[in-house]
Ligand binder design. Structure first.
Ligand code: HEM
Length: 498
């Protein structure tokens, strides 16, 4: 599952394919991490702890609300059974009420609680995302320690933690948030945290339900976890659980972890705006004019080459000239590509295409590099309204919309931060010096130290890969974020709430 976790997405391996006999304690791991909590809507609720001893007390009462992987799998099973029952009766499947709660803490949250988190080691986590923003390429003022990112005010404050509440509908989620606020005595003198901001994400309506706001199918490629995902579909090779979970085999710092860190995972959150009408206009202006293609087909092909997949989800590496909706929804084929080991000179997929930048597959593996440690599990959701007629006419964004990006990993420095800084933002990656063509930055998320003009991208025209387009605009704009640690249930109970 990538950014959208809807319980209707056809490409997500079903929970029945995940096995509980993995050796992992699925009742100890928070549900959003491995299985993803089923969701139509999700609220990220950021808070600052005001009274640490009272907060710990309140947290004790809160822990039983936390949804584990085992429970999230059960939810998915229930959804499947319901769907089958409805379809069996000839009815359109309806959504069943489901809600899930998870919680994560920033480094500043652990400091406030007096918990020594130095053995979490991760340098990105320990400085926090606000301090990391300049390195990520976000716009802002000042330099180094005094850099202030151009973010929403909420994210310029110290954020200590986040509740993630997901479910089938706004009323179910809102009710659960009220329950949480009651436990922490919010609105009374005994409150133990201050709410900073809550941001609601929603799966898009109708046939766009599994698509992000630019229109591309999301939730296709996530790493399969050895021992957890049974019968993973063909594609990138499965990774060890420790790529995502601390203290498990494959965690680079496995032996240095303290017991309370085991089975936890780092969460990188980014509040990303998407300028959809402006992106559409760019795609339309640069549509490919190839023999036999209509204007619309030329625009669709150009857009597909920016992402590396067609809007349907079909990868351009497998179907470079024409969309193939059957391939797109076939989990046995839609992730089974590796980019050409012979460095295809971008005939199939541009080097800078978003999916090639963020998971270069054989580009590095065939040179003998393992990219296991750079894999992340994406669990985000869309926010904001659909594009309005006025926006379409004016070709201008008038309403905030985009992606609440969230991903899990056992190292932010090797995961999110590395992907953003060393791959997406690096115009020379991959093969910058080894081919006549410089790839350019990732056209979707690449940033050059806050500049709007992001230089040239090659490879958008499959017939003349050296031809470049100018990325002199930017359509994904970071407005905030933070790095968190999502502890195990045992750690919540015995260490953090103790
Ligand atoms: C608004 C911003 C973004 C949009 C619109 C977007 C869109 C997409 C789409 C359409 C896909 C292909 C479908 C899929 O495999 O799920 C994808 C894949 C992916 N994205 Fe993003 N994404 C965004 C931000 C990010 C960020 C910030 C990162 C990490 C730094 C990231 C990392 C990935 C990865 C790792 C994949 C899977 C690549 C693969 O294994 O093939 N994305 N994204």
């Amino acid at each position: 599952m990538a950014h959208v976790e809807s319980n209707t997405t056809p490409t997500v391996p079903s929970p029945a394919e995940s096995t509980p006999d993995s050796g992992l304690d699925l009742r100890n791991i928070q549900g959003d991490i491995l299985s993803g909590m089923p969701k139509k809507t999700e609220t990220f609720y950021f808070f600052q702890i005001t009274d640490a001893p009272t907060f710990r007390q309140h947290l004790r009462a809160f822990v039983p609300l936390v949804k584990t992987v085992a429970q999230a799998l059960k939810d998915r099973d229930d959804i499947d059974k319901h769907k089958k029952k409805d379809e069996g009766h000839g009815n359109k499947p309806h959504v069943i009420p489901i809600v899930g709660v998870n919680v994560s803490f920033s480094h500043f949250g652990f400091v406030k609680l007096g918990i020594d988190d130095s053995k979490l080691i991760d340098p990105a986590f320990l400085i926090g995302q606000r301090q990391d923003a300049q390195g990520l390429g976000d716009k802002g003022t000042g330099d180094g320690e005094s850099f202030v990112p151009d973010w929403d005010d909420a994210f310029k404050q110290d954020i200590h933690g986040v509740f993630i509440v997901s479910g089938d509908s706004h009323p179910t989620v809102d009710k659960k948030i009220q329950d949480i606020e009651k436990l922490f005595k919010i609105g009374t003198n005994a409150a133990s945290y201050k709410k900073i901001v809550s941001i609601r994400g929603d799966v898009r309506p109708g046939d766009q339900s599994a698509h992000e706001h630019f229109g591309y199918l999301d939730g296709v490629s996530n790493p399969a976890i050895i021992g957890f995902d049974k019968n993973p579909p063909p594609g990138p090779k499965p990774v060890q659980a420790g790529v995502i979970l601390l203290g498990q085999e494959g965690d680079q710092n496995k032996d240095g972890r303290e017991p309370w860190m085991i089975d936890g995972s780092f969460l990188a959150f980014r509040h990303l705006l998407q300028n959809v009408p402006e992106f559409d206009e760019f795609v339309n202006k640069n549509r490919l004019q190839l023999p036999g293609l209509t204007e619309k087909e030329g625009a669709d092909l150009f857009g597909a080459r920016l992402v590396g997949r067609w809007k349907s989800g079909a990868p351009v590496d497998l179907t470079p000239f024409l969309d193939d909706p059957d391939l797109a929804t076939d989990p046995l084929r839609n992730n089974n590509f590796h980019f050409s080991a012979e460095r295809d000179f971008q005939k199939l997929c541009p080097f800078a295409a978003h999916v090639r930048k963020t998971n270069p597959r054989a580009d590095l593996e065939e040179l003998g590099f393992s990219i296991d440690r750079n894999r992340i599990l994406r669990r985000g959701i869309q926010f904001g309204p659909e594009v309005t007629r006025a926006e379409r006419q004016q070709k201008k964004t008038l309403h905030r919309r985009g992606l609440l990006f969230a991903c899990y990993q056992s190292s932010i420095a090797s995961g999110f931060q590395f992907i953003q800084k060393s791959w997406a933002n690096n115009p020379d990656f991959p093969f910058g010096e080894q081919t006549p063509e410089t790839p350019g930055v990732d056209p979707i998320i690449g940033q050059l130290r806050g500049q709007t003009d992001r230089g040239l991208m090659s490879g958008t025209n499959p017939n003349t890969p050296a031809t470049t387009v100018s990325l002199n605009d930017i359509w994904v704009i970071p407005r905030g974020g933070e790095y968190f640690f999502s502890p195990s249930v045992k750690a919540l109970r015995e260490t953090i709430a103790a």
